[in-house]
Design a binder for this molecule. Structure first.
Ligand code: COI
Length: 356
């Protein structure tokens, strides 16, 4: 075992699995790199930090995360530049957000050092797993689960903070068709919609499956009170370009503070676009569609970066959006974000973190 600055014990795999990977045919989230980072919380502190060969873990059936859902996660990516360097994108924003999730779910805070060191050392060790083709990246999944072997309802006293990584291609291969959901809800005021808790995703699966059975890819979530105001698009933040104004629902307790969302808004402002973070109703979107002022609609997220919306279904009718080739802003911002991440465009906002 090697000892590192943060006392991360490193046990390397005796045989890399990378030769089994088809780098030219990457699917989202199916293959995992050679190693994982695991930190253990007990007696009120993060005690042990290790990098181990990726593999199955022994977990008791009474583990509290299985029963009461103290489970939170982050999604981030590492990119390979043309010169072979490995870049992360705004990792400190993921660290901060993980702690916001931790607080809401009564879980322990993770220090910046533990998060960044674990992340950087893991990605550095598995740097050969970072793909280089356009649109590919090493998807990074930091997550925390409660591990008390106890089925009484209370915050756990023990936790694991784990990071696994997965080389990925595109999340969506084509523009998505979305259904405006007016029955089920994703989040309520006072709830956990603003954090990356596993339960937010679990509750979305059944409504999404129903939408998919009707031929849609994803749901546009609406507010819990009246089902009029748009909240998120699938697992992404939702954005609309109407009459050259970029409009997105404001961050609040029902909407996740997306890092791609913030990056897109920042670039839009840099480029002189009018940006409005405000409530937007489905009526306003469809009214703009009728008036032909709805130029673009898209989702933003780490997994997809920009997912163009091709059509919107609402109350039994489908509304087709302008062809993706005509969408000036979303195409430009997708290209610019990729260029910044891959070191081809100036990193004006200090978003890129080099893994050494
Ligand atoms: C993201 O796009 O950042 C997500 O959270 C999607 C992920 C759940 C696959």
């Amino acid at each position: 075992m090697l000892q590192t600055a943060l006392n991360i014990d490193v046990r390397k795999t005796s045989k890399s699995r990378i030769s089994e990977l088809d780098m030219k045919n990457l699917q989202f989230g199916k293959s995992f790199s050679d190693h994982m980072f695991v930190a253990t919380y007990e007696d009120g502190e993060w005690k042990k930090a290790e990098i181990l060969p990726y593999g199955k873990m022994e977990i008791s059936p009474s583990t509290s995360a299985f029963h009461y859902g103290q489970a939170i996660f982050e999604g981030m990516k590492a990119y390979r530049t043309d010169s072979g360097e490995i870049n992360l994108f705004r990792p400190e924003a993921n660290w901060k957000r993980l702690n916001i999730s931790a607080e809401r779910m009564a879980m322990p805070i993770i220090s910046e050092e533990l998060f960044m060191e674990g992340l950087a050392q893991l990605v550095n060790l598995d740097r050969n797993w970072v793909p280089s083709d356009k649109g590919t990246a090493l998807y990074i999944r930091p997550f925390m689960i409660s591990t008390d072997e106890f089925i009484g309802v209370k915050p756990s006293d023990t936790y694991k903070f784990i990071i696994i990584t997965s080389p990925v291609g595109a999340y969506y291969n084509t523009p998505v068709r979305v259904l405006v959901e007016t029955n089920f809800i994703r989040a309520v005021e006072g709830g956990i919609g603003y954090v990356k808790a596993a339960g937010n995703y679990g509750r979305s699966l059944f409504p999404t499956r129903l939408a998919q059975q009707r031929g849609y890819d994803q749901i546009i979530w609406t507010d819990a009170r009246n089902h009029r105001f748009i909240e998120e698009s699938g697992t992404m933040n939702a954005m609309f370009m109407i009459d050259d104004i970029l409009i997105t629902p404001p961050i609040g307790d029902t909407i996740l503070a997306g890092i791609t969302r913030d990056s897109v808004l920042t670039l839009a402002r840099d480029w002189g676009y009018r940006v409005q973070e405000r409530k937007i109703s489905i009526d306003e979107v469809l009214d703009a569609h009728r008036k032909k002022t709805l130029q673009e609609a898209f989702g933003t997220g780490t997994a997809a970066t920009i997912a163009h919306i091709a059509g919107i279904g609402f109350e039994g009718k489908d509304y087709e959006l302008p062809p993706v080739e005509e969408r000036i802003f979303s195409n430009r911002v997708a290209q610019e974000l990729e260029a910044i991440k891959k070191g081809k465009s100036e990193d004006k906002h200090n978003w890129v973190f080099h893994v050494k």
